[in-house]
Ligand binder design. Sequence first.
Ligand code: CMC
Length: 430
Amino acid sequence: MTETVKLTYQGKTYEFPVLEGACGEKAVDISTLRNTTGLITLDPGFMSTGSCQSQITYLDGEKGILLYRGYPIEQVAEKSSFLETSYLLIYGELPTQEQLDEFKYHVTHHSMVHESIKNLYDGFPNNPHPMAVCSAVVGSLATFYQNELDVRNEREVEITIHRLMAKLPTIAAYSYKKSIGQPFQYPDNTLSYSANFLKMMFCVPCEPYEIDEDAAKVLDVLLILHADHEQNCSTSTVRLVGSSMCNLFASVSSAIYALWGPLHGGANQAVIEMLQIIHEDGRDVKKYVQKAKDHNDSFRLMGFGHRVYKNFDPRSRIIKKLAHKVLDKKPNREPLLEIALELEEIAINDAYFIEKKLYPNVDFYSGLIYKALNIPENMFPVMFAMGRLPGWIAQWKELQEDKQFKIGRPRQVYMGATNRDYVPMGKRQG
Ligand code: CMC
């Protein structure tokens, strides 16, 4: 028998069905609420609101569990590659060898961008933030493929998926090359996804370039760890934009902007900046923990806290190990790693952080690894975007294929002025 929730309002009782998710989480289905009662719900920040049913990613914030299509993140990070993980997220199952080879083939063979795209980069001012550039250039892809943007045409969606997966690393690396005045490096289709990206970032025409397979492997794992995280801010953006039946290029371009903010994907850059400030300020870690606890101070410990995780973010555990693996090999210990370790230790044993269940999140250590890979700080959010791309695609595709497809259109509770007469200019009071 379906469980229900009863709501009594103005003397009448209404019943709403309770939906049970695959892992036991429950939700009241209030989709008929307004029609039956005239009421709407109010939930700023979507603290208690589920926006969709999804089969892509499960996370249990209390237990610190993250599953991609049912597979634990720990296993995926250890055993899979980023492209295989992307296939899993987008198409729902782990690929056979043949399916993986075909996917790799398509993603690899769309990696070049139209030569005219290079001109776009010249239109930006000097040293623009690469997130702004990436979003703009990804959005512009819709102009290069404008006859293949039908969101209900399976073949056109498929080729758009391949183009996006293939071209984002090229677009991202070009944005870096532009910012430092070096020539763009064409993609190398003989390399893996991550190795190719690193080559496009760091190869210069006048010197030989040696592939660092270890660095490529580390990057691949980082991309896997960022690949999807259910209905976060940027993913919800992809879905909302996509719900107007807007094409995938435009939807992903919007998601990149949503990701940019320091409360979301920009946090990895903000973490390094914070560690740097603490370093330059005499390494007084306790002072900064104190500042973070002071409500009269706007400072927050970047890389700490999460809307859903009220326990260790499982990705942060994997990243911490990875950070040690990469940084412990370096001849001199990275001082920022020392500060991060000290900060984590103090914070996780501090009553304020324990009470508010604030733990290190995915961004806390990822920046240190990017730094060790010589990736500049303003590119950190771009790395997040590259990792999150298959998740955005999978969520956008799931929405388009949803039998209950509807344009996203929340309501509001209006609190402004009520009906009043227009005041002519001469009679207005300042
Ligand atoms: N440092 C100090 N206090 C914090 C922090 C922090 N990093 N995060 C939350 N709090 C406090 C906050 O002041 C509030 O206290 P009170 O209840 O006394 O007012 C309480 O904890 C709850 O915080 P909230 O801001 O209401 O929680 P939220 O779920 O709306 O925000 C968050 C989640 C991730 C935006 C927030 O924890 C934060 O700003 N963290 C720092 C930025 C960060 O690391 N972002 C990356 C998130 S993970 C990757 C991603 O999704 O992109």
